[in-house]
Design a protein around this ligand. Sequence first.
Ligand code: F6P
Length: 594
Amino acid sequence: MREWEFPDYESELPVSEKSNPLTRDIDRASANHVVRLLEACDAEIFQEETGSPYKKLFSDSIIKTMMAVAEKVADILKGVTESLVVLSGCGTSGRLAFLVATHFNRLSTSVSRSPVFAYLIAGEDKALLSSREAPEDNAQLGMLSLQKLCQGKGRVLFIGISCGLSAPFVAGQLHLCLQHPEVYTPVLLGFNPGSQARYEPIPGCTFTFQSVVQQLEELTVNQRAFLLNPTVGPEAITGSSRMKGGSVTKILLESVLSAAHAAAHANTHITYMGMLERLREYERAVAITYAQTEVIAGLVEAAGQSLQCGGRVCYLGWGSLGAVGLIDASECIPTFGADYEDVRGFISGGYQSLGNKDGPLTSLGPQFSIAHADFERLVLHTLSERDTLLLIYTHCDAVGEVERLARRVREKTSGLHAIYHASDASATAADNISDLCSSVLKIHWPSSAGESGDSNLRMQMELSSKLVLNAVSTGAHVLKGKVYQNHMMDLQVTNTKLYHRATRLLQGLSGRSQARCQEALLGAVYRTDHLTVELLNSDLTAHTLAASTRSKVVPLALVCLLIGCSVSEAESRLARQPVVRDAVEACLTSSTQP
Ligand code: F6P
């Protein structure tokens, strides 16, 4: 058993919120070591059940549930009239719902079938590219958006994704499904045991996530609802479900939907061994990726240097790999309190290639300019040697266009790198581009990887790119000193889950009571040493709303707690020592000295 699997390890927390013992010292690790630690954490995804108290990805019950859900999807694919498969989630979970739904709609269209997949994300399409955590707390909004989408539909298979079994937005949607079983069949996807689902009351609702899960569990007996919740271990950076949680979401959804697609359109059977093999393909994809630890570490090092000296990291991706880049970049804002320019994604063809429901969002502001053309117009002329640029493409993409852009970037900076996916046959095709780059992460996919079709190979390349980019952006922020031990210190406190996570972090590091830590947190949110009774009694939503306009809330609160100083003194201390980890360490040392 792993340390975190013992009942007394951080026993009050669900698995998704526990800290991973493997990464306790990740804040002190070199780039190479960071990548190895991430590899070790990702390996837990495929850990076998033997000896563990938890259900795992390869557990019999999980594979059988995947098969049963695939059968339901196949039924819908065969008789599409008035039916829909909805994938929904918040943050990364919603972004992956988008990525997967879009992929399978394109696949259906390629065999002349109507698209039946739809996605929902809390905060709508804006949230695909930017941080919108507040709507995650809104169960009514979840219900309304599902109702609106499914108006007039006779049959809906609803797949709600919440890694922590915690988002009220998804709980509301599952509740709606339970109220209307004649239309909806609910599936819940997440990575905690049902007993660890969030039990906190949801304002204005009679249900909690926990009560919804209990109802779902009862219905699983007759296959009127499904629960896909293998445990994959705590995240490398505590609570950062964009990492393992996101990867497993992608693996599970794609395995189920590709089995269903093959059953509906190629007359294959959905079998136990077939499903197992799909999962094993992903396990191999993870191994193929991490076989290149050294090169990945080089990218982490380069990106880390850029962030440390005020430079930027830009991903320039093609096709769905461009979308993977956009997703990774968008997550750095809430996760590390980063600016949108710190890590930024661009996709060839812009919104047309992205294929989001609302189309171009460019008018919403500069961070919504996502096409390569926008990059050339707005960013290219500002590039310098401080910046790191990453081309992300495959042998199937417009290699001539990749080369053209590479040449333009190279005129401005030598910080150009590439992630290039190639099948065996085309492995040497991109040498002109390699010559322009400081480093190339060339991932060779054996012909067996594409055995079950180009679509499957593409999805594996996406996962592989996700792992590399997660390593680059996480590693770079670790090197920048944004992480203390394995906790992100500078997280945004923009919804109730993050508020509670921040409070726990403050308690753990300061040893103070929950009440005292909440006071310090609010002091940092409102930038005051004198909290009025009115402020203390206002509801959490008001606090998280106020926090959305503030930076460095958690580090400030911690400094106040450790030093016993005023908010303004904490602000000047942090200004003198902008590396959050160093500031925290300095305070911890001085607070333990007599
Ligand atoms: O609150 C923000 C966030 O933690 C994102 O980072 C994450 O992707 C999202 O919530 C969804 O979390 P979950 O999948 O557990 O509902």
